[in-house]
Design a protein around this ligand. Structure first.
Ligand code: LCS
Length: 399
């Protein structure tokens, strides 16, 4: 066990030490990968007691595993939560959370700008089970209030939203959720707990695609849910155990390792993103830049209020439409043309035809994902090199 007083430790220290320090069983400083599907009981009674919940212990890796537990403990610390539960992907985490609150006939209110996979879950898959998502522009709180009825079971917010980086006021949403006695669920993938702590702002449950900044190196797919201990236990005992969307011990280990550098990575992502956003803002071939840290961002004041930094994602509209965006994406040399985000490598993609192709043309128009919108996940390379790459690629474009 760590000798540190973790309650008093700063965020960067928690990133390194929060998962428990030295492994109790072996003294290993790095948490071992407990690559075992099952765990031996000391006796038949011991097994029965662990099964009945009378005694703590590991049973089977679909229900719990020490490497998964190290990651969960660390995530709970970082989000300021009682507990956390790891999943095999962000989508496994999100679908389990929605199913845990909603039954057939229920509905929930959600941001209308979401990762395209989440949008597809909400608008295509869940309706098959008679669960309705009411997707609205949550930057206007009136839209949330007007959508709640007696079958509404939760409010789901993604902020900053993928890919437009719109910001929803979490403290205000939590007041609405409390008034109607329903939980507020927040996707904290873009800011990470380093820049935004939704539970402190009144949210009840936080979800992540841990594939992104949490892992940080583009080498694993994972998800995590954080919240109250009772809720997390219920989620583990039903939706993780029954639906089986678990994380492997190896991937949990990659996430523990990734978290150790979260604070330093996020600082660098943000510094680089700011420089890239400022460069693009004054470029003659760029129409508009969306970055919550810029004073021109429509919800900059809310971002400043609820975030301690603005993260590494930048989106922009290129002049000349889709063809020019295509030319840009084919001309970059340092940015990689790929979906996903939050990696140490810089990535570039076209939301309308890639990550958000699950939106219909009308839906894309409604949420402002235009054909000329390009999304950057700004990595941790030298910012001068990133700007030079964008500059040379923009030069290739004839408007
Ligand atoms: N939430 C957000 C905000 C996301 O950006 C993603 C994936 C997910 C949840 C789902 O997580 P996963 O199951 O992939 O771990 N976003 C992606 C993106 O923008 N490009 O590729 C995946």
């Amino acid at each position: 066990m760590s000798k540190l007083n973790l309650k008093k430790a700063s965020f960067a220290t928690l990133c390194v030490h929060g998962s428990g320090g030295v492994d109790e069983a072996t003294g290993a400083l790095g948490i071992p990968i407990y690559q075992s599907s099952t765990f031996a009981f000391k006796s038949a009674k011991d097994g029965a007691d662990i099964f009945s919940g009378e005694k703590e212990g590991y049973v089977y890796t679909r229900i719990g595993n020490p490497t998964q537990a190290a990651f969960e403990k660390e995530m709970a610390f970082l989000e300021g939560a009682e507990a956390a539960l790891a999943f095999g992907s962000g989508m496994a985490a999100i679908s389990s959370v929605i199913l845990s609150f909603c039954r057939a006939g229920d509905n929930f209110v959600s941001s209308n700008t979401l990762y395209g996979g989440t949008h597809n879950l909400f608008m295509e898959t869940l309706p098959r089970y008679n669960i309705e998502a009411k997707e609205v522009d949550t930057t206007n709180l009136e839209n949330i209030l007007n959508s709640i009825d007696d079958k509404t079971r939760l409010i789901y917010i993604e902020t900053p939203a993928n890919p437009t980086l719109t910001i929803t006021d979490l403290a205000e949403c939590s007041k609405i959720a409390k008034k109607y006695n329903i939980p507020l669920v927040v996707d904290n993938t873009f800011p990470t707990p380093y820049y935004q702590l939704p539970l402190k702002l009144g949210a009840n449950v936080v979800v992540h695609s841990a594939t992104k900044y949490i892992g940080g190196h583009g080498d694993t797919v994972a998800g995590v849910v954080v919240g109250k201990k009772d809720y997390i236990n219920e989620l583990r005992g039903s939706f993780l155990r029954d639906l089986g969307g678990i994380i492997s011990p190896f991937n949990a280990w990659l996430l523990v390792r990734g978290l150790k550098t979260l604070a330093v990575r996020m600082d660098r992502h943000e510094q680089n993103a700011f420089q890239v956003a400022k460069f693009l803002q004054f470029h003659p071939k760029v129409e508009t830049v969306w970055y919550p840290g810029l004073s021109t961002h429509p919800q900059h004041d809310i971002a400043k209020k609820q975030m301690s930094g603005f993260g590494g994602m930048v989106s922009f509209e290129i002049k000349g439409g889709c063809k020019c965006g295509e030319k840009l994406m084919n001309s970059v040399k340092l940015f990689t043309l790929a979906v996903s985000l939050g990696d140490v490598d810089s990535l570039i993609e076209h939301p309308a035809s890639m990550t958000h192709s699950t939106y219909s043309p009308e839906e894309l128009r409604e949420v402002g994902i235009t054909e000329s919108l390009v999304r950057l996940s700004v990595g941790i390379e030298d910012p001068a090199d990133l700007i030079e790459d964008l500059s040379q690629a923009l030069k290739q474009i004839n408007i």
